[in-house]
Each structure stands twice: as structure tokens, then as C-alpha cells.
Design a protein around this ligand. Sequence first.
Ligand code: GCU
Length: 411
Amino acid sequence: MRSCSIITATLISILSCTTIMAQFNYDESKVPAYELPELLQLNDGTPVKDAAAWNEKRRGEVLELFRSEVYGRRPGRPKALRFEVTKKDEEALGGKARRREVRIHFTSKENGPSMNMLLYLPAKAKGPTPAFLGLNFIGNPTVSNDPGITLRKRDKDSDRGMKTGRWQADMVIDRGYALATIWYGDIEPDDKRNAFSQGIHKVYGPANKIPPDGWGSIAAWGWGLSRALDYFETIDEIDHKRVAVIGHSRLGKTSLWAGAEDERFALVISNDSGCGGAALSRRAFGETVKRINTSFPHWFCDNFNKYNGREADLPVDQHMLIALMAPRPVYVASAVGDRWADPRGEYLSAKHADPVYRLLGTEGLPAQKMPPVDKPSMGRIGYHIRTGNHDVKAFDWKAYLDFADKHLGRP
Ligand code: GCU
């Protein structure tokens, strides 16, 4: 009976989502004519002609515009931050990995807000290894069938391993990388009604005191990723200068913003991140700024609402977010069936970030036009569009690992 009603509720929610999505533009010929804000021009109109002008002036301006108009400003590292190993290393994944669990406390209170990290280290590693770090949607036990992952009160035994395909822990370890993940709800819940009165937002003041450029949930989740990197700086097993931050969908928006805010991330990956992530907002293809601010009012800062239906007024577009990674390697991935995220808009963002990469003396995105399906293009910027739907697949991971080998050095 219960499973019947769950199936019915899921079907209703899929149907209502599909009905909403169907009302949006998916016709390339209906994409409005648009002009992107100048990437290589200071706010006062001065052209940015060399790497120094980008590094010392323009990058800071662009970052500031995203902070004040899109994602909101986040706090720094809390003084009381501390790390507690909650489960010491044990053999896992058939002996090829060591599993560790670490609680990262955001305050000095024993039962204050904290996040729980699951970490797999390659057992054969001879020295510090590069790592992939990403947030997960449903809980740490869902990322692998490994029975040793601690089930917390909210986790269901029956959900163990349900997202194995999305994480490919075996493949990552076989290629010599460490893999770390945290349930994003530990940092704060993804809840439009109560997000800011729980989790990390609560530590920094009451929900009704958040200014128009105050941080939204995407900034909060990205802040959490930086705290995980703080932990890596304290251990010898991981080379904290070779950490790739990865995320899918809303968590792909998060990995991009985390990479922009925290230049310690050596490589940044956006998997199907769409609107408010890699996709150009001005194309109005699939999800729009108004739609995302209506469905998910807690993801961005309040100022972002000014651009509902007025994308042309935005002082930035998402190619400028990709450019904030430069000259660090960045990978943008799309899926053919993920039209809501606007695959072409994701490709164009990557492409329009290319001039900054070239200005800084690196290769940008080699593909001059959108690459064929399932054929990654990899320069210092990587891009692919894969067969299939909104998801993370083995194909995506293989490309990310090849890209990491190319730029971080094969472990
Ligand atoms: C919704 C939302 C997207 C988001 C996605 C997800 O579809 O509209 O912007 O990327 O959820 O995170 O799953």
C-alpha cells in the first residue's frame, strides 16, 4: 500500500514537473538575440589587454558582480573549525581502498552544526594522492554498496548503493585518485521554507536579517566544500593542491561557485549544471532565471530576483563564471536529453570563457563548434555532450579522470 502511494506521488511529481518544463522554450529559432556582457573590459570600459589586468583588476570585478547579484557573499573559515575522525581507516572496496569517515565541526559546540565526510583513499598509494571531492544528494551510504559506510539516523539501509553509478568509486580508485563526498543537507537543508533557519546559515544570524546580497544555499554548500579542503590541508594522504571539485545539477552550480570563490580548488567540474550554473542565462532556452528563482528562492541571493524576465540587464552571464576558474582547468558536461539545462548554452559558456584562458597563456576550449555527441573536447577547458539524460554516468567519470590525468598529473 505504502509503496503504491509513493509510486503515485512520484508519478504526480514527475508529471507536474514535465508539465511545467513543457511550457518553456526548446526551439533554437526562438532563442532571443542577445549580447553578452564584455568579459575583457573593466566596469569603467577600459579594455583588459593582458594577464596582469585580468588577474589584478577584472577577475575581482567579475567575482564581485557574481557575489552581489547572483550567489551572495559567504563568510570565511570559522575560527573554531575542527576535524574529528569518526571512523578510522578500514579496508574497503575489495581491499583496493581505505575508508575513513570524518566529521567537520563548524563551531566549538559538540552538537553544533557539522558535516560528515566519507573518504576513500587508494590503498596502493605511495604518497599524497590527488582527489575528487563532491557533495551528494541523498546521503553517504548511497554512493557505494560498501556495507561499512555508517548509516546515520536519516539514512535508510535499503538506499545503500543506490547511486553507485553516479560515483564510480571503483573506477576513481583504480585510476589512483581519492574520492570524498558529503551529503549536502549536512551543510544546510535544501528547503525553500526553512533553509536559512537551519544548518550553517543559522550560525551566522537570523534568516530575516540576510541582506539582498547575502549568501543563498548554493553559496552555503560551496562554503562547505571549502571546509572539506581545509581538512585535506591537514592530512598527508591527499595532495591538497590537486583537488578536483565536482558536482551534478544544483550541485554542479555549487561546484562552479565553490571553484570561483576558492582558488585552492585545482580543477572544477560541472555536470549538467544548467541555469545558474554553466548555461548562459540570456538564451532563455529551458529553465529561465525567473523560473529558478520562483521554484528555488533560497538558492541565490535576493538581488538575483531583479533579473526575473530581465536577463539582458544582468551585469554578468555564466561564461564569466567559467572564466573565474582561469587558468585552472575547468570541465563542463551536458547530456542530450537534458534540454532543461540547455546543453548548447552550457557549451557556449565554456566557449565564451576561452579568450580569458588564451589571455593567460593557456589553451582554452579546442572545439570551434559544439562537439559531436560522446566526443569530448579537452584543452584547458573541457566539454562534452553525452548520450542520455540528466545524470552522472561512467562515460562522464572516464572523461573527468582523463582530464584530471592531463592537468593534475596521472597518479
Ligand atoms: C531542477 C532545477 C535545476 C536543477 C535540478 C537539480 O530541475 O530546475 O536548476 O539543476 O533541479 O538540481 O536536480
